[in-house]
Design a protein around this ligand. Structure first.
Ligand SMILES: *[C@@H]1O[C@H](CO)[C@@H](O)[C@H](O)[C@H]1NC(C)=O
Length: 256
């Protein structure tokens, strides 16, 4: 690098000197000396051409070359420092770029996870006991799970129309409600909501009114595979028909 710089400067120095002092130099001379930088004395060409050679002999050029070399070295050193600084900056930029690439990748993963979670969140059902027949269910000697027959909503078929059980596909908090309807008389109406066949909440009423009803609801933390059903206790009954009075519904509130 240093040698290169010096070689480049030499002809420039001589040329500059030549142009300043030798006011009557031919194009030929300039070209000649500009190329090689070596001062050549051409005796045959007379006073006018000699000027260039004299100006650019060793005595005249040396101090300037020295100064230039020192300046060049300083410049090179300075550029080296600048280059090092630039390299440091580039490294920092590259590191930042890598970090942001990583962040983008992480966010993409999170988004994918959220989207698949959202798929899992499409959990809701609403059913009623009868499709169109007006009839009592119960009373029975022993309690029994109510198997709701009429589907209003059943995303993912998570409410089983054959067994009467809802099965949680993901861990989360679920919301359930049930509504029982009947007519007055000696037999009370009621039902219980159960998790894994364990009674949690009850709806119950009785009386002589033409139409009686009761309801209840609960928010439940369910593990994957937990089951929820509505249980008709012994000696109670409920009515349903095409108006869908006796219903059971549930949906996932949020995953945990
Ligand atoms: C539900 O029961 C209440 C009394 O507990 C009664 O006032 C109301 O009319 C009933 N509704 C229906 C639709 O039976």
């Amino acid at each position: 690098m240093k040698t290169c710089g010096a070689l480049l400067v030499l002809p420039c120095c001589c040329l500059a000197e030549t142009q300043l002092t030798g006011d009557t130099i031919s194009d030929n001379d300039i070209t000649h000396q500009g190329h090689y930088g070596e001062a050549e004395t051409r005796e045959n060409e007379g006073d006018r051409t000699e000027t260039a050679a004299t100006v650019c002999n060793q005595q005249t050029c040396q101090p300037d070359i020295h100064t230039l070399l020192i300046e060049m070295s300083a410049l090179v050193a300075e550029q080296r420092v600048e280059l090092r600084y630039t390299k440091t900056q580039m490294d920092a930029i590259e590191a930042r770029l890598r970090a942001s690439e990583k962040t983008v990748e992480e966010q993409r993963e999170q988004l994918k996870q959220l989207m698949s979670d959202n798929e899992g969140r499409k959990i809701a059902f609403a059913v009623s006991l009868e499709i169109d027949t007006n009839r009592y269910t119960g009373p029975f000697n022993t309690g029994a799970t109510l198997v709701y027959k009429h589907v209003i909503t059943n995303l993912g078929n998570l409410y089983n129309l054959h067994t009467g059980f809802f099965t949680a596909p993901v861990k989360g908090v679920y919301d359930f409600n049930f509504y029982v309807y009947g007519d007055g008389g000696p037999i009370s109406i009621g039902a219980q909501l159960r998790r894994n066949r364990e009674r949690l909440v009850t709806a119950y009423t009785g009386g002589d009114d033409h139409s009686i009803n009761a309801s209840n609801g609960v928010s439940l933390l369910l593990e994957v595979g937990d089951v929820v059903d509505i249980y008709l206790p012994a000696n109670q009954r409920i009515i349903d028909n095409a108006h869908h009075h006796s219903t059971f519904r549930g949906h996932l509130l949020f995953q945990v």
